[in-house]
Ligand binder design. Structure first.
Ligand SMILES: [Zn+2]
Length: 222
């Protein structure tokens, strides 16, 4: 098994797909958000620095993220591969990550991109509803994920609510940031021959099968 790196625009289902792969291959799932949260509870100078930054809402310096990531991927459970989520977000970070891998004599592995047209993502975002009681997720704009009644949970009759950032303005902004900063990563990884662009439309299971085909070596890289 090799390392897997997921790249996807907002609302493309990256979280769902990476947790399916995590379970199936028993790979650790590494997100920079988790790394920072874990480091922030440590009783150290670094811990208190990160606590301060996180509570102020500012961004943590890249060099700190690199240090945490490097430490994490040298741990025993990562030696058979891992899933990296939310990193790198731009070409500069990708170059740093490459240096890190070279230093650790690790391989890049698979870079899997979930591709979905912007208008479909926008529909997913604006249709998403979450049960305030049990956390079940529905989608008013997706036939297979609709609740029986528009504002009531099928499972527990709880009220269905829309998350604050599931609105079209917030989505457009996040999508634009993705296109500007993260999309250039595709060319970067294509040149390295490790890029696999997956059609992200369809059911969770359909997309999952496409990803499995890559990991089984049945798909050609881009
Ligand atoms: Zn519910």
């Amino acid at each position: 098994m090799k390392n897997i790196l997921f790249i996807a625009p907002p609302a493309a289902g990256k979280g769902t797909q990476s947790s399916l792969i995590e379970k199936e291959y028993h790979l650790p799932h590494i997100s920079t958000g988790d790394l920072l949260r874990n480091a922030s509870v440590e009783d150290s100078e670094l811990g208190s620095y990160i606590r301060e930054i996180l509570s102020s809402g500012a961004l943590v310096r890249d060099d700190i993220i690199y240090d945490l990531l490097k430490k994490r991927i040298t741990e025993a459970d990562c030696q058979q591969g891992y899933i990296l989520d939310g990193f790198p977000r731009n070409v500069e970070q990708a170059e740093k990550y490459d240096e890190m891998l070279q230093e650790l004599k690790q391989q890049l592995g698979y870079v899997i991109v979930l591709e979905i047209p912007e208008n479909i993502l926008a529909k997913r975002v604006t249709g998403r509803r979450i049960c305030e009681n049990c956390g079940a997720v529905y989608n008013l704009n997706t036939e297979t994920e609709q609740p029986q009644q528009e504002s009531t949970c099928d499972r527990c009759q709880g009220r269905l609510l829309q998350r604050n950032d599931d609105n079209i303005e917030s989505f457009r902004h996040r999508y634009q940031v993705y296109m500007e900063k993260t999309k250039p990563l595709l060319d970067y990884y294509r040149q390295k021959g490790v890029l696999y662009v997956i059609n992200g439309e369809g059911t969770v299971e359909e997309v999952h099968q496409r990803i499995l085909a890559v990991l089984k070596g049945e798909a050609k890289h881009d």
